[in-house]
Design a protein around this ligand. Structure first.
Ligand code: VG1
Ligand code: CO
Length: 544
């Protein structure tokens, strides 16, 4: 088999965002677009010859094509072994798990996560390092730098590998190992949670649940774990067969897009527990009977109850949350006397803290929670964590959350997204806020006084790397907060995100509607940022 070195010319738009490079499928189908980026990844790495690479994706359209190309490029570039999930499938947390277990050099994950799939949808590619986590900024920057000057790539001339057969195949001087994508992950889950106790709950006849895989990658994982190992009845997992276009849906687990699940959990004779996950399996939404748990609250509840779960019984070293995530978990950390870190948006910023054992649990407001068991957020892990707590406490989801609020107070929280707005105008809005923010301290808006306002900058406590411009935060003296930032995962125009939070210690006031409770702050956000004017939108596209 011949290694061919082919000429190419650079693309100017291969800058990785919050989580890898995401573009419409049609962009990835341009000649050499994928090849350039993959070669840029390899060129940015050092001394991987003979080492192991893990490869898999969420099964969306173009996954199989891209995998064949990457296998041949990995072999031509000198990797010794490539572990690829059968059918090209690996959920994002499962890929992280396999990288760690097999002490691989790194991994390539093919996914655009919650973005729609199919020929007209999006595709994405991301590199993870040997700790199993998303490459830190210094690596993604060198990949981007390389992509701007790349002029050749290496690829093996070889027939396609049969991705549907488990086993080892020779590809040039490399071995391709097609692995079971589900089993290593299932074993890891079994080592963390009390499967016997959860099985008792799920087979007791007194507890019903429904899990929506949204036609995306978690279907096989959820069926294997929740139905087969834990004994939930067949049919517990909805939309469990992964489809290349996710059934035409938007695999984003929130109240808007996970409507099948919401109908069930808010319907008559609703089950006790509901959960959904996203395209690549790293996000989760948790529902009780007619009850929604905000992701920020979920992180706080998991932290407060971690001692009930075998894998975390020995204690929590600390916690971390992304900056826009509510401060609910901060209150749990303060009471437990553990550290709480505030990081920029994106899982890559948790890696160093987890590696250094400074934190055990971490999470983001965007339906992402995880722990030191892998280096990605993990949707099914969160579901199992909740089930373990429910099995031990024998209370409903709503009871658990309400008693949590009684102890710690309630952080009302919401995110408003303005999707697909004009990119220049969105940048102007942010630039204007950047100019305004240093002067806001002390200003009064109705009953709210600005306590601080800045453009969030983060210095990593482990390697001292600095990440600037991570969003404008405006904090008020009563602990309320509004945050503005632009999305780094969208592929059409720009997406403005407004995050709003207020704190209510008084439990007699914990029954308000979230949007009503936050209405004064939402109005202040409009007054300060002139969102309608800059976005030309009367209302957000999605409210979570
Ligand atoms: C969004 C979320 C962020 C998350 C990222 C990747 O990024 O806000 O919290 O880490 O998606 O998640 P942005 O830049 O669009 O706000 V996933 O499940 O899409 O890999
Ligand atoms: Co995702």
């Amino acid at each position: 088999m011949n290694i061919r070195t082919l000429q190419t010319t650079p693309f100017t738009d291969q800058k990785p965002g919050t989580s890898g490079l995401r573009k419409p499928v049609t962009v990835f189908q341009k000649p050499n677009y994928l090849e350039n980026f993959v070669q840029s990844i390899f060129d940015a790495l050092e001394s991987y010859k003979g080492q192991t690479l893990v490869l898999g994706g969420d099964g969306r359209y173009y996954n199989r094509t891209a995998i064949q190309t990457i296998l041949k490029m990995a072999a031509a570039n000198g990797f010794g072994r490539v572990k690829v999930g059968r059918g090209g499938i690996l959920s994002t947390p499962a890929a992280s798990c396999v990288i760690r277990q097999s002490q691989a050099f790194g991994g390539i994950i093919l996914s655009a996560s919650h973005n729609p799939g199919g020929p007209e949808g999006d595709f994405g590619i991301k590199y993870n390092t040997s700790n199993g986590g998303p490459a830190p900024e210094k690596v993604t920057e060198s990949i981007y730098d390389r992509s701007k000057v790349i002029d050749t790539y290496h690829i093996l001339e070889a027939p396609d590998v049969d991705l549907d057969k488990l086993g080892e195949f020779q590809l040039g001087s490399a071995v391709v190992e097609v692995i079971d994508p589900v089993e290593p992950y299932t074993q890891l889950m079994e080592s963390l949670f009390d499967f016997d106790r959860i099985r008792e709950l799920l087979t007791s006849g007194k507890f019903r649940l429904c899990v929506d895989s949204m036609h995306a990658v978690t279907g096989p994982y959820a069926k294997a774990i929740i139905e087969e190992r834990l004994g939930a009845p067949a049919g517990t997992v909805l939309n469990g067969i992964p489809l290349e276009d996710f059934g035409g849906g938007h695999p984003d687990p929130n109240l808007v897009y996970a409507h099948d699940l919401v109908e069930v959990l808010y319907g008559t004779d609703a089950p006790d527990f509901g959960a959904a996950s996203d395209g690549d399996g790293d996000r989760n939404m948790i529902l009780g009977q007619r009850f929604f748990v905000t992701p920020s609250d979920s992180l706080a509840v998991l932290t407060a109850n971690a001692h009930l779960v075998p894998g975390y019984r020995q204690g929590i070293a600390g916690v971390a949350r992304s900056m826009p995530t509510s401060a609910a978990v901060d209150r749990v950390a303060a009471q437990a006397g553990i550290d709480c870190y505030e990081t920029p948006t994106g899982w890559k910023f948790f890696g160093n803290l987890l590696d250094a054992d400074k934190v055990t649990l971490c999470g983001e407001e965007s339906f992402g929670t995880g722990s030191n068991h892998v280096r990605e957020k993990d949707g099914l892990w969160a579901v199992l964590f909740w089930l373990n707590i429910l099995a031990v406490r024998s209370e409903s989801v709503e009871q658990i959350v309400r008693s949590h609020w009684q102890t710690y107070g309630r952080n009302y929280y919401s995110r408003h997204d303005y999707e697909g707005v004009d990119a220049d105008r969105a940048s102007e809005l942010m630039a204007r806020l950047g100019q305004l923010s240093p002067e806001l301290k002390g200003k009064q808006y109705g009953q709210y006084e600005v306590d601080y306002s800045d453009n969030f900058s983060y210095t990593d406590p482990v390697d001292d790397s600095v990440s600037k411009n991570q969003g404008i935060r405006i904090g008020f003296t009563d602990g309320s907060r509004i945050v503005f930032r632009l999305s780094g995962t969208g592929t059409q125009g720009a997406t403005l995100r407004l995050y709003v939070e207020s704190y209510e210690p008084d439990s007699s006031k914990h029954d308000q509607d979230t949007q009503e409770a936050l209405a004064p702050l939402i109005a202040i956000a409009e007054e300060i940022a002139q969102i309608r004017n800059f976005t030309q939108r009367e209302a957000p596209t999605v409210i979570t």
